[in-house]
Design a protein around this ligand. Structure first.
Ligand code: FO1
Length: 314
């Protein structure tokens, strides 16, 4: 099994996959680079959903059914907030999860960088692999939508959580990406990686922001790269990729998702449900393609998937 693995990660799909990847790669050889485009500021707190998802999944504290947040969570503070002001409670912060946001916000207010705050949280929860934000600079995923005939510029979480993804999306933008620098250690990890793994995350709003940080796409493209399709049988297993992929000209299929990484991929893994697309993928993408079970109902499936993915490029 490879040493020096870098995984590019978003939320739920990445979290499930990473539980398998840590079963086959020693923790000291694994660096996870995480999307921060979904991050938001609420109630004076800095919330980093994808960093937290990845950390909770690797700490085995994640809620497998909900996909985000902590297992055995309670929402007492949220209920109290809702009683005070229903409008203020649109984003569900659990009591256990709040501890993470409190620690992170305090560290950031005290002058720490997001990487430093992340390292403290990751260490505090006993997670061994390195988890890095894609950048310490703010990058915000914004969507231009049409809502009841009105053009709006929404934060990703306003589109997805507050408005329930009901608006027609016209464009996706990564505000601040042009001026963002990769977080310390990110480029170095990619440049010395034996393999870069693109987790089965949304190619538009999870992996897209990471690759939009200047320097990252060429660095990744210079290494052996394997990706896992987040689209199974023409649909995402979670999230809203089916709504956002067409906006950037990607077909909603296991082949279309790979085209998000044109010029970067050496290998691609699709689900058994998409076995019929494997030949087309090989032809169109010119990469090695494996067909296997990608629906990660437990850590064993995830570990087998991780092994299959690494075997394609090592
Ligand atoms: N997703 C929801 O659908 N509703 C929520 O209220 C919500 C709260 C939330 C709180 C903390 C956190 O880390 C994630 C949370 N998510 C929630 C998930 C999140 O909106 C997205 O799924 C990710 O940003 C996409 O990876």
């Amino acid at each position: 099994v490879a040493a020096g693995v870098v995984a590019l990660a978003g939320g739920v799909g990445a979290g499930k996959f990473l539980r398998g990847l840590v079963a086959v790669v020693p923790p000291e050889d694994l660096t996870v680079v995480v999307n921060t485009g979904d991050d938001l500021e609420l109630h004076g707190l800095r919330i980093c959903p994808d960093l937290d998802s990845v950390t909770y999944w690797l700490a085995d504290l994640a809620d497998r059914d909900r996909g985000w947040g902590r297992r055995d969570e309670r929402f007492v503070a949220l209920d109290e907030l809702r009683a005070l002001d229903p409008e203020a409670a649109w984003f569900a912060l659990g009591d256990r999860d709040l501890a993470t946001h409190l620690l992170r916000t305090g560290l950031l207010d005290g002058g720490a960088t997001l990487s430093e705050a992340t390292a403290r949280i990751v260490h505090g929860l006993g997670v061994a692999p390195t988890i890095l934000p894609m950048s310490d600079d703010r990058v915000e995923t914004r969507l231009d939508v049409v809502a009841d005939g009105l053009e709006l510029d929404l934060h990703f979480q306003e589109y997805w959580v507050r408005r329930g993804a009901r608006d027609e999306v016209k464009a996706v933008r990564f505000l601040g990406a042009d001026a963002a620098r990769p977080a310390p250690g990110v480029l170095e990890a990619v440049e010395r990686a034996d393999v870069v793994v693109v987790c089965p995350s949304n190619p538009v709003v999870s992996i897209g922001p990471i690759l939009a940080v200047p320097g990252l796409r060429p660095a990744v493209a210079s290494r052996p790269v394997v990706g896992i399709s987040p689209i199974v049988g023409g649909r995402p297993l979670a999230g809203m990729a089916d709504r956002l992929m067409p906006v950037v000209g990607l077909e909603v299929s296991a082949v279309g998702a790979a085209h998000a990484y044109d010029g970067m991929l050496d290998a691609w893994v699709v689900d058994g449900a998409d076995a019929g697309l494997a030949d087309r993928a090989r032809r169109e993408l010119g990469v090695a393609v494996a067909v296997t079970d990608t629906v990660m109902t437990d850590d064993e499936v995830a570990a087998a998937l991780a092994r299959t993915a690494l075997d394609l490029v090592t």
